[in-house]
Design a protein around this ligand. Structure first.
Ligand SMILES: [Zn+2]
Length: 228
């Protein structure tokens, strides 16, 4: 594939493309081409990920693979800029646990106490994380390990007040991101209504965004922005 900045396609719809407008505004405010390109690349990477998902859902596995590769090329480049922070997101344990009556009572008391403070009951997964040692040592609690903890690379790109977050399974990112052992850990924050240890992966591109950001345009932009 030819790869030089001159390959940047000239687009008639440039002025109506919200990603280009956003990036141009950042470039003007900060006086930094690099910052503007980071915004472009992060925004197109997000769209590429949504295109990959759409292709996969509709059975176009080759195209899905191509767009996941584009997204990864973008993440590789973004991760090497000063705008990105890469860490490892440790999933909450989601082993199936049957608490003994004594520990069930302790959990219930802790959950009730935390509800008083925040209004939300303490998620079971969070409690297990904090008390895992107790449960492991208890002869009466039963643990059925699930094994797959779904640890992820977490890439946070920040430019001014803009923030782009990406998650990537470890085995997918290991080829181009630093080894997990060299990165800081973050703990998954259990959200309301989400089950511990489960992640919501990106969604497919909406019909509206598919018209605004055609697949060919997204591919061309990422190729141009990642070639140097
Ligand atoms: Zn117990």
């Amino acid at each position: 594939m030819a790869c030089s900045p001159a390959d940047l396609p000239l687009m008639a719809d440039m002025s109506t493309n919200s990603i280009e407008r956003l990036a141009a505004a950042v470039g003007l405010r900060s006086g930094s081409h690099a910052a503007a390109d980071v915004v472009r690349l992060a925004a197109y990477a997000r769209i590429a990920s949504q295109w990959a998902k759409r292709h996969r859902l509709e059975g176009r596995e080759d195209e899905a693979g191509r767009f996941y590769a584009l997204k990864n090329a973008a993440l590789r480049k973004l991760s090497r800029t000063g705008f990105a922070q890469v860490s490892v997101l440790r999933a909450l344990p989601r082993d199936e646990v049957l608490l003994c009556p004594a520990h069930q009572a302790i959990y219930a008391a802790d959950a009730a106490a935390s509800r008083g403070a925040t209004g939300d009951p303490l998620p079971e997964g969070q409690w297990l994380l904090w008390n895992r040692g107790l449960i492991d040592d208890c002869p009466d609690c039963q643990i059925y390990p699930v094994g797959d903890y779904n640890d992820l690379y977490d890439i946070q790109v920040r430019v001014e007040r803009l923030r782009f977050g990406f998650h990537l399974p470890l085995r997918e990112g290991e080829g181009f991101l630093p080894p997990p052992d060299y990165l800081p850990d973050r703990q998954e924050r259990p959200g309301r209504g989400t089950r511990p240890g489960r992640f919501r992966f990106g969604s497919a591109i909406s019909p509206r965004d598919a018209r605004r950001f055609p697949a060919a345009l997204v591919a061309a932009r990422i190729e141009a922005l990642t070639c140097t």
